[in-house]
Design a binder for this molecule. Structure first.
Ligand SMILES: Cc1cc2nc3c(=O)[nH]c(=O)nc-3n(C[C@H](O)[C@H](O)[C@H](O)COP(=O)(O)O)c2cc1C
Ligand SMILES: [Fe+2]
Ligand SMILES: [Fe+2]
Length: 404
């Protein structure tokens, strides 16, 4: 890997993590990820963000191919989560910057995360402008996109937006730019990232998009801190349009059936529910939580507005991957869902009701009663499952029709 110039004297100097699959220890990243940071050479040499601690060497190698790291004057920390700041203590020690810029909340987390004794921290506010020579930088706070400290850096003359976690995707590749990558792969990765990381902050996304529009900021390049960089007018528009679509969460005519089973009874029920959806012409994804991760459910929800949960009852509870799935999905606050629940049982059968209650807490429109089948579902039971699938399909059609 080599540093890549995005615009004159603006370089990508980050790290590509081909190995990572467990992003932030909660979301699968089937294609790895990158930690992007950017070096700008002007009267002042500025490093925007750093990388995670274990990628420090790769970042320093890239910086060194452009300038001696000791020549860095300023470091900008748009966000202090360790995937962007883990390498900060070592790079500060190496280059002894004149200033380190961050938001008020950034300073709070920086001084808690690291021993910042003697660090020349300078707090910037929303809208603060900084001249670095021939260039001016504007800092815009984007609180909760991703953390309270988050901000973005806009390079006015170059019209480059260094957007930190916003507009990211988890793709490890030798490519640096979105226009070099397969479009389907890019979009799938954007969906997985947004739905597993950004989704709860969708109101802030819509606010930020409006703000950018109101400020009339021209953007030639969106350079996020994960994945590929958007550098063509079509790609900038592509990612802005998709962010609006993701954030709006309008109903989509597709369902996700997520289930967990020990001896296959609940799996048979899941297939019968799918048959009911099929009969109504509603596409679906069937996610077996023994094989797939709860973040796969969220990736599927990017295209779906029905969530049907199935689990056998085990020790009076849904099974553990289902419980993890419920915790993961609920925390990400998906909107506008149709829901339903089902499962097999042997004596007490609490799981379907517990899952249905969880869907109610997610403000889903839950259809039908929680559906229980004794041990191995018989023909009558399977007919009820198909009927539940049909009911979900019809409720979803109505929801989608109502929003059209
Ligand atoms: C370890 C274990 C614990 C169970 N606990 C319960 C329970 O608390 N209440 C209940 O109704 N059934 C319980 N069952 C029975 C299962 O729910 C029943 O076997 C069901 O048919 C399994 O569905 P599956 O074929 O989808 O795995 C338990 C089964 C196992 C193996
Ligand atoms: Fe983050
Ligand atoms: Fe990040």
């Amino acid at each position: 890997m080599r540093p890549v110039e995005l615009k004159k004297d603006i370089y990508w100097v980050g790290a590509v993590d081909f190995d990572i699959r467990n992003f932030h220890h909660y979301s699968r990243a089937p294609e790895g990820s990158t930690y992007n940071c950017y070096l700008v050479r002007d009267e002042k040499t500025v490093l925007f963000d750093t990388v995670d601690a274990h990628s420090y060497g790769e970042m320093v190698k890239h910086i060194s191919e452009i300038v001696e790291p000791e020549k860095i004057d300023y470091i900008v920390c748009n966000h202090l989560e360790p995937d962007h700041s883990g390498a900060l203590p070592r790079i500060v020690k190496l280059c002894r910057p004149e200033k380190i810029f961050c938001s008020v909340m950034g300073q709070k987390s920086m001084t808690n995360l690291y021993d910042t004794t003697g660090w020349p921290i300078e707090v910037v506010k929303d809208g603060t402008r900084l001249s670095i020579g021939s260039r001016n930088i504007t800092f815009l706070e984007t609180r909760m996109l991703h953390w309270p400290d988050s901000m973005v850096s806009y390079l006015e003359e170059d019209k480059v937006l260094i957007s930190n976690d916003a507009f990211g995707q988890n793709i490890a590749s030798s490519f640096r730019f979105a226009d070099e990558c397969d479009r389907g792969q890019l979009l799938a990765s954007m969906k997985r990232y947004y739905y597993n990381i950004v989704l709860p902050y969708s109101p802030q996304v819509l606010k930020t998009l409006k703000r950018v529009q109101d400020l009339g900021i021209a953007i030639d390049v969106i350079a996020p801190d994960h994945g590929l960089i958007f550098r063509t007018p079509e790609d900038v528009q592509f990612v802005l349009d998709w962010y609006r679509t993701f954030a709006e969460q309008k109903p989509k005519l597709r369902a996700v059936i997520a289930y967990e089973s020990m001896w296959n009874g609940t799996a048979k029920m899941a297939e019968a529910v799918a048959d009911g959806l099929d009969a109504e012409g509603v596409p679906y994804a069937l996610v077996n939580l023994q094989q797939q991760h709860c973040s796969d459910v969220m990736a599927e929800l990017a295209d779906s507005s029905a969530l049907v949960l199935g689990s056998a009852t085990r020790n009076n509870m849904p099974m553990v991957n289902m419980m993890a799935c419920i915790a993961h999905v609920k925390g990400l606050r998906p909107q506008n869902l149709v829901g339903a629940a089902f499962g097999t049982y042997g004596w007490s059968g609490e799981a379907p009701k517990i899952m249905a209650d969880a869907l109610v807490e997610m403000k889903a429109d839950v259809v039908g009663e929680p559906l229980k089948c004794y041990f191995n579902p018989n023909a009558d039971d399977l007919a009820k499952c198909r009927a539940l699938g049909v009911e979900v399909a019809r409720a979803l059609k109505e929801k989608c029709g109502a929003s059209a």
